[in-house]
Write a protein that binds this ligand. Structure first.
Ligand code: PLP
Length: 303
């Protein structure tokens, strides 16, 4: 037997880099994070934070994982909890796709729906998760927006993978930002290897960050910096590209017709890269991150 994994957790990461047929003299690759066992980039961060909590004695046998999520972190926690034998409670807002809610429940986790209000509101999914965690003995909240280990997860796994797969030839890295953990963690690793690599964060055009504190509602999920998160390290980010719902969602069918059935955040990343093509030149190697699959959005965004 060859390349056997002892369990699903060992199958997290080492996702393929696949060339994307965009009209450019540069080589453009997609990092297919939707091929993680839980279906998204968030397998990496949830796994890292949960294992770290176990090592530090913050999560013990028979314990409960409680997390606030826009979807994928919840799915990842639910899958890992099912494998490791923890109870999992996810607080979510009504903005989450029905597919993601059902996926979390399918893994045996509980979903608590909360209103889509600012993070400081006691009814928000973040504050409700904190309250539940305080009132639940032997429980742990990964707290992805404030736990710097979220960033470390991508610094230690995603960044090195991309560097190795491109044999150090990467010149541009594009990823969606939600907590900011992915772009900041992988971006820091890549910048340390070669400070000339351009690290480009893709945000929603009406997010808290893009509007400097005057956000408006938007439809894309997972992407969007909704408040000043501790996991966003702007010192490793060269540029933010804000993308509208219309443009990000508009890419979904275009990319599906090329064979890439991607989620809404990846739609925004694809759009951002398509606007950047005129800046890429022969010899450049651009990597864009596809964080999850379109299968989680079929009923909401693929009609
Ligand atoms: C599909 C997808 N891509 C990207 C991101 C953004 O990642 P991060 O929270 O590390 O900024 C998320 C976050 O939930 C996501 O679900």
């Amino acid at each position: 037997m060859r390349n056997i994994k002892k369990n699903l957790l060992e199958a997290i990461g080492n996702t393929p880099l696949v060339q994307v047929p965009f009209a450019s003299e540069a080589q453009i690759f997609a990092k297919l994070e939707y091929l993680n066992p839980g279906g998204s980039i968030k397998d990496r961060s949830a796994f890292f934070m949960i294992e770290e909590a176990e090592k530090n004695g913050l999560l013990k046998s028979g314990g409960t994982i409680i997390e606030s999520s826009s979807g994928n972190q919840g799915v990842a926690c639910a899958m890992i909890g099912a494998i490791k034998g923890y109870k999992v409670i996810i607080t979510a807002s009504g903005a989450m796709s029905e597919e993601k809610v059902k996926t979390i429940k399918a893994y045996g986790a509980e979903v608590i729906m909360c209103p889509a209000v600012p993070i400081t509101d006691p009814q928000s999914r973040h504050q409700q998760a904190i309250t539940i965690q305080k009132n639940t003995p032997n429980s742990f909240m990964p707290n992805q927006y404030f736990n710097l280990s979220n960033l470390k997860a991508h610094y230690t796994s995603l960044g090195p993978e991309i560097w190795d797969q491109t044999e150090g030839k990467i010149t541009h890295f594009f990823a969606a930002a939600g907590t900011g953990g992915t772009i900041s963690g992988a971006g820091k690793f890549l910048k340390e290897k070669n400070p000339n690599i351009k690290v480009i964060a893709v945000d929603v055009d009406v997010s808290f960050h893009s509007t400097k504190g005057n956000p408006k509602p938007y439809k894309m999920e997972g992407i969007g910096i909704d408040f000043e998160t501790h996991c966003l390290n702007e010192s490793v980010i060269d540029e933010f590209i804000p993308v509208s719902d219309e443009n990000g969602l508009g890419m979904l069918k275009i990319m599906a017709r090329k064979g890439f059935l991607i989620g809404t955040g990846s739609g925004a990343v694809s759009y951002a890269v398509s606007t950047y093509l005129n800046k890429l030149k022969k010899g450049d190697v651009a990597v864009m991150l596809f964080g999850d699959s379109g299968r989680a959005y079929l009923s909401k965004n693929y009609y």
